[in-house]
Write a protein that binds this ligand. Structure first.
Ligand code: C5P
Length: 229
């Protein structure tokens, strides 16, 4: 990273599964005209590629090689893996589970680091995931840790799946969310945790617009504050 790159502002939004990070990050990016990074999609792509290629989800060296040479493109809201559209395929619960397993492997995380940092381009970036503020962009202008109760998150996931016509069971979703949270928080590398300098926002009971407004207010305060220093 050179000085010109690090001068590009980053808003890092981290939090557990289904906390609403994606929706919020996309809306904030749109409002500011910033780029957007959904870092979870990279782990999901590695998991999907592994399944397609019959690579075992504990073969760290093979998965890291795949992560390093992942031919993935993001175009107008669609995601392509080796030229094939996988936007919906990577959203399955199965792929989420696989992503959480490959994400626990240090060599896979290391292989995806440069790719994530390359999204940092002018005029700015909104990046969401689990370790945006702690590992990938430790110098982010604003760090937000977005939470919500597990019950609310399971309910949101249930509604999302129903809207897509996918059958789901709310109790199973809740159990899976708790399992995924436990694995993401307990892993030894880049565990899901609030950065010391992150602002925590509990979205339980808040509407999307309220959360977006809060993040934008915090960001503008940060920018105004740094200009007066
Ligand atoms: O955010 P999403 O549910 O798409 O992420 C899928 C999985 O990828 C998460 O459960 C987590 O294990 C992993 N992940 C991660 N670090 C990130 C983003 C996602 O470990 N920055």
């Amino acid at each position: 990273m050179n000085a010109a790159t690090t001068a590009v502002p980053v808003i890092a939004i981290d939090g557990p599964s289904a906390s609403g990070k994606g929706t919020i990050a996309e809306a904030v990016a749109k409002e500011l005209g910033f780029h957007y990074l959904d870092s979870g999609s990279l782990y999901r792509l590695v998991a999907l590629a592994a399944v397609k290629e019959a690579t075992r989800l504990d073969d760290e060296a093979a998965l890291a090689r795949r992560a390093l040479h992942l031919h993935a493109t993001f175009e107008g809201g669609e995601i392509f893996l080796f030229g094939q559209k996988v936007t919906d395929a990577i959203r399955s619960e199965e792929c989420g589970k696989g992503a959480s397993r490959v994400a626990a492997l240090p060599a896979v995380r290391a292989a995806l680091l440069a790719r994530q940092r390359a999204f940092r381009e002018a005029p700015g970036l909104v990046a969401e995931g689990r370790d945006m503020g702690t590992v990938v962009f430790p110098d982010a202008t604003l760090k937000v840790f977005l939470t919500a109760s597990a019950e609310i998150r399971a309910e949101r996931r249930y509604k999302q799946l129903k809207e897509k016509g996918i059958d789901a069971n709310i109790r199973t979703l809740l159990l899976e969310l708790r399992e995924r949270d436990a694995r993401d928080s307990a892993r030894s590398v880049a565990p899901l945790q609030k950065a010391a300098d992150a602002r925590e926002l509990d979205s339980t009971g808040l509407g999307i617009e309220d959360i977006v407004r809060q993040v934008l207010d915090w960001y503008r305060q940060r920018v105004a504050g740094s200009q007066h220093q």
